[in-house]
Design a protein around this ligand. Structure first.
Ligand SMILES: [Zn+2]
Length: 321
């Protein structure tokens, strides 16, 4: 049975951050199993990743242009430089939809082994939605975005150690995208940071080339369910990436990566693939009950879930030839 639903940018006002065109298949049980890792895979600690997630959320809300975002960005730049990465900001301007004024935004580009010219891009948005507009009690309340905005960043913070050990020839870039959801109304555009990054990649091509990309978003749900995102599965250039990541998970006996589609989601992978022509898929758990509410907090997230995704990604990176 396949049920097709409507394009959801129409209902963004009701609180959707990512537009979806849902194709729902029958749900399947998600078994909890132990991961059997090897080598560099074991450098990923869910406990440490969760501490990163808590530190990010301690800053408070981090929407584009806010004091919280600036504090977070400073913290992340210092952290990744301390880990030995080459870190650069990629500034850009957006228009504040409420005031009409220009607003400063910036992606952050974190490079491991920058001398390697063939590279893999791992991306996550690091801004948080301005308001928890799906909250049934307080839709103008405080939104710290532990899973939605925090989890992808926390995962990348912990992933750096393992990525440093990758023997090559591929290098890895972490890209933190700003303004993924600086939205207040149904008319406001999403994914501004990844669009800017993609446009720059085309207009001012760097010496290196991205062979492929993976976006991680909402990967810390306690009840982790990672269905294959429909766009990534349907495009011929991204399907092999989806297949290889979920196959890696299967080989590791990780059942949270469910090798079937469920949601079609508009996320930062779209500009990367459609504008920059970097084949990019999205790893996202869209079945998170606290999505865009005041309850998207660390208490509703899990270090074990971050570890599951981190170890699969590390193993997958090690398998790329
Ligand atoms: Zn969101």
């Amino acid at each position: 049975m396949v049920r097709k639903t409507v394009y959801c940018s129409r209902i963004i006002a009701a609180g959707l951050c990512v537009a979806m065109l849902a194709v729902m298949l029958p749900p399947c049980a998600v078994a909890q199993e132990t991961i059997v890792g090897a080598g560099g895979v074991n450098t990923f600690s869910g406990r440490r990743a969760f501490l990163h997630l808590e530190a990010i959320c301690d800053i408070g809300p981090r929407p584009t242009g806010s004091a919280g975002m600036l504090r977070q960005k400073k913290m992340l730049i210092e952290y990744f430089r301390g880990q030995g990465a080459l870190v650069e900001e990629q500034p850009f301007q957006i228009r504040d939809r409420r005031s009409g004024k220009s607003l400063q935004a910036a992606n952050v580009i974190i490079q491991w082994h920058p001398d390697r010219l063939q590279r893999v891009l791992l991306g996550a948005h690091f801004d948080t939605r301005p308001f928890p507009d799906r909250d049934p009690v307080d839709p103008k309340g405080v939104f710290v975005g532990a899973n939605d905005g925090g989890s992808g960043v926390a995962l990348l913070m912990e992933l750096g150690k393992g990525v440093q050990l990758l023997p090559g020839p591929l290098g890895v870039d972490f890209i933190l995208f700003d303004a993924e959801e600086y939205v207040f109304t149904t008319r406001d555009p999403y994914c501004l940071g990844s669009r800017w990054f993609a446009r720059q990649y085309v207009d001012r091509p760097p010496a290196h080339q991205y062979r492929m990309g993976v976006v991680v978003d909402m990967v810390a749900d306690k009840n982790l369910e990672l269905w294959q995102e429909q766009n990534g599965l349907s495009w011929p250039d991204t399907r092999p990436i989806v297949d290889s990541i979920w196959k890696t998970a299967s080989q590791m006996n990780v059942r949270e990566f469910i090798p079937r589609p469920k949601w079609t989601i508009e996320d930062d992978h779209l500009p990367l693939r459609n504008v920059a022509k970097i084949p990019t898929c999205d790893i996202i758990d869209f079945d998170y009950p606290h999505w865009h509410t005041t309850q998207d907090i660390p208490e509703n997230c899990s270090g074990e879930s971050l570890e599951i995704v981190g170890k699969v990604l590390l193993k997958w990176l090690q398998s790329i030839e």
